[in-house]
Design a protein. Sequence first.
Length: 612
Amino acid sequence: MAAKRKLGRPPPAAAPAAPKAKAKANEDDGEGLFSSRSFADLGLHPTLCAHLQDKMGFQGPTRIQAQAIPVAMSGQHLLVKAATGTGKTLAYLAPIVHLLQMREPRVERTHGTFALVIVPTRELCLQVYGITQQLVHRFHWLVPGYVMGGESRSKEKARLRKGISILIATPGRLLDHLQHTSSFVYSNLRWIVFDEADSILELGFGKAVEDILGLLGSRTDASDENKSKTDPMQRQNLLLSATLNEKVNRLANISLKNPVMIGLDEQKKPSERSRALGKKHTSLLSDDEEDIPDKHNNIVEPAVDDFKLPAQLVQRYVKVSCGSRLAVLLTILKSQFERQVSQKVVVFMSTCDAVDFHHTVLSQLEWSRGLALDTDKKQKFLGCKVFRLHGNMDQEDRKKSYLGFSSEKSAILVCTDVAARGLDIPKVRCIIQYDSPGEASEYVHRVGRTARIGEKGEALLFLQPVELDYLKDLELHGVSLTEYPFQKVLDGFPVNGEKPLKRKPISLDMHPWILSVQRTLENYVASEATTNKLARDAFCSWLRAYTAHRGELKKIFMVKKLHLGHVARSFGLKEQPSLVGRSHQVQLKKRKKEQKREGQGPTKRRKFPTKK
Ligand SMILES: Nc1ncnc2c1ncn2[C@@H]1O[C@H](COP(=O)(O)OP(=O)(O)OP(=O)(O)O)[C@@H](O)[C@H]1O
């Protein structure tokens, strides 16, 4: 997978060529994670190389870094597609820091922002900011900073007024500052980086990104008079993504000019790629948008993207009937933590309400050891710490959860897809997708939270028997899963305090262990009023999310194939679903009435897909 130069432009005078890197380009065509070159070989400043090695513990560049860093230093626009956890962040930050630290006259705060890194989520914003802080450690005159939703605008304004050389931002808040913070100086802006470009667009930031590019005068499809008037320097845009789709292609089309492409399918000639996609779009809004003819670029991948996943990642699925889903989840988690006390597991759910409910169950459910019914002594079903993360939590709680889970040696994180994008949490051993992801690209992002930078990792996808066709959808993208031996796990658990010697094969739903866990669960949900309410809310939101699957996936995840009584069971509810639904409606009406009385408008109804 060599760096491919398209219509190469001469590098700008200030940017050093990277002769050594060029000479050794072929060494990075192999399959290994790391390159045989050193950071110094790539042309990075000795102080930065020493810092990377001695302080950050990076002995040498990964293959993707060895390919991307010299190109980024040459001043060309760059499009990188590489598997999750292969070191894309350093691939763009190292060259930026390298070029900024050698800039003459020296960068000062009053010069404002030189590099802008746009990321999809707040957690990723903090993460990239943290790495930037480490990278500029030896170059004190370079000031990193961040702006993101949920933070105080006025504090951010004050920081922008002082000057931030490398700014990490989420799209909405960045747009806000571009429009309303007059003291934000970006006339020296040299780099715009889109990290996790696919996620930025999937989260619906397409319009914000278009506006940002417009305001910065960095749209390659803008007429010449609308192009940047503020920036006499050459602008260089970099776009990085673990998956490619039509929207990323469009973003590339409007933001990159004659980019060097790394990690794209090079067997396909541009003309074939164009045909694979049909018409060429340049709007990020929707597939139906009117097309603007593109004069500059021709960056496209096939419509069906073949995903690259870490080779060492073990991917499996477990087939579970709807009613036993939660009992099975609890059993698998218990078995994982009994096998290995110290480990970290991330469990993905489809909605914020589902996260809240399951977080409560996983952290609070108690049982009598061995599920012996006559024992009074109760203890936690799962002994480890459980954290939660979703987009409806307030910013402080989100930060606490993210940092808490990151620093624990042994814990579970229950989350929505807000945690799927780019988060680099150390030592995550297993990813459980309790609710299926939507698009296959989402699958890739979720499982990408484990098996990072060559480490071991497992991924487990929950599927109901009627949903097994989802496996075929994944196979279309080159992702294949094997079945998880759940029966074996089950046989290892005692019932009534004893492990039976030999059991006749018995269906999962009728298995005494599963029945006992289910009973414990239902009793708990029935006896705790708050948990009961959480269960009802989660049930309703889960159903709505299930109906919101798009396109082809609607044929696999068909709500009419669901038995609502079984869905209720999977939330530990004994009630008939219609009752649950009705009581939820009654509550909603009550809440609306109360709000009317207090003179507020009704709370905004959540659009689907649900907030992540
Ligand atoms: N050269 C290197 N040597 C060792 N570790 C590295 C190197 N570069 C990056 N890492 C580490 O690898 C991990 C993954 O890096 P990073 O988060 O940049 O990956 P990514 O490709 O952006 O993943 P994703 O697509 O999921 O965002 C991080 O913990 C980072 O510190």
